[in-house]
Design a protein around this ligand. Structure first.
Ligand SMILES: Nc1ncnc2c1ncn2[C@@H]1O[C@H](COP(=O)(O)OP(=O)(O)OP(=O)(O)O)[C@@H](O)[C@H]1O
Ligand SMILES: O=P(O)(O)OC[C@H]1O[C@H](OP(=O)(O)OP(=O)(O)O)[C@H](O)[C@@H]1O
Ligand SMILES: [Mg+2]
Length: 324
């Protein structure tokens, strides 16, 4: 049976607005309607899609469980909440928003601690002299355990923190923390510093696919269409369309334009009347127009592109390779 492609989108928080804008750029708009038990919606522009509005952390677990096909969530949440994440989900693409680093941070007053190695020494010394282990406050339990183990640090204990983690050293409930930081202002306000080699993960929002979901033919077709739109809108955003026509415009002129201005001629050489369409990155656009005028163009028009549909769909290809 063909059931819809279920796409999970953050229902609140800092990722919500950006997720809506991401689909919008690809010409798909999110609509929301309040259902009986949870929030459901639709996506305009693609058939057979159902939107599930969930919190960013819930999206990670629903992807792991295969309850949704695709989702927008942070890589930090994926890596933290899904053991052996690469076997259960595919990070289809980083979305360029929701940037945050998961870091190890210690009090600025710990002047001897610059590296994880220094932290190891302090932790060992702390245990030996105080008879208890240093406490690390975090909600990233798994990321912390894995990272500390890779650094050979064993003399510590995790104190689970569900909020205001940066305040725990001053409050006396932990000695150091693992948390996310974006601007660094919360760490600074709490007199904490990031350990130099203590960046556990550089996270951003990702479009994530579940490998455990029911990838029936209908769901695949909808995913293919959705990813086709994403790819073609993204490609279009990297270039402008340049059009001109002049008698002296021939293959040699176009070849030179392509070579010097990183342009492409998607529809080939100029017509017999010297009409040509080029695609050109924004930074070389003016230089290209000047060049075409020098060659004889009276008019060069430039316009934005909404979509460039190429024959290949690399995002879907990547997904298909995983789901078989
Ligand atoms: N400065 C930041 N602070 C917190 N999260 C951030 C920040 N920048 C990006 N993010 C990302 O946003 C995601 C968390 O989103 P959000 O806080 O909205 O959801 P949540 O954690 O499920 O909800 P809540 O924190 O309200 O319980 C994470 O992937 C995180 O990496
Ligand atoms: O490096 P900065 O730019 O200061 O941002 C990092 C802070 O922002 C987040 O908190 P948020 O305000 O989302 O509250 P929350 O912990 O309740 O999610 C996060 O948990 C950090 O505390
Ligand atoms: Mg949050």
């Amino acid at each position: 049976m063909n059931t819809p492609l279920i796409v999970a989108v953050p229902s609140k928080g800092r990722l919500q607005e950006n997720a809506g804008a991401f689909f919008g750029r690809a010409g798909m708009n999110l609509t929301q309607s309040r259902g009986a038990r949870d929030y459901r919606g639709t996506l305009t522009g693609v058939e057979g899609v159902e939107i599930a509005y969930l919190s960013a952390s819930e999206i990670a677990s629903q992807l792991a469980a295969g309850a949704v096909h695709l989702g927008v969530t942070g890589e930090d949440l994926v890596r933290e909440s899904i053991p052996d994440a690469d076997a259960k989900v595919l990070l289809v693409e980083g979305l360029g928003f929701g940037h945050a680093n998961v870091v190890v941070a210690v009090p600025q007053a710990w002047i001897d601690v610059r590296t994880m190695r220094d932290l190891d020494d302090v932790a060992t010394h702390f245990h030996a002299t105080r008879g208890r282990r240093v406490r690390v406050a975090t909600k990233y339990l798994n990321l912390t355990r894995g990272f500390f183990a890779r650094h050979g640090i064993v003399d510590y204990r995790i104190v689970e923190s569900l909020g205001a983690t940066e305040g725990t050293p001053a409050a006396g409930t932990a000695e150091l923390i693992v948390d996310i930081t974006t601007t660094g202002s919360t760490l600074a306000a709490n007199a904490l510093k990031v350990v130099e080699d203590g960046v556990i993960l550089r996270s951003e929002a990702n479009l994530v696919a579940s490998l455990n979901a029911d990838w029936n033919p209908g769901a695949r077709a909808a995913a293919r269409a959705l990813l086709d739109r994403v790819t073609s809108a993204k490609l279009a955003a990297t270039m402008r369309e340049v059009k001109t026509r002049f008698v002296a415009c021939d293959g040699a002129v176009v070849e030179e334009a392509v070579r010097r201005f990183r342009a492409s001629a998607p529809f080939g050489a100029p017509t017999s009347s010297g009409m040509v369409t080029l695609h050109c990155p924004p930074d070389t656009l003016h230089a290209l127009a000047v060049f075409l005028r020098e060659k004889g163009a009276a008019t060069v028009s430039v316009g934005p592109l909404d979509y460039v549909f190429a024959a290949s769909n690399p995002l879907y290809a990547k997904l298909e390779e995983k789901i078989g």
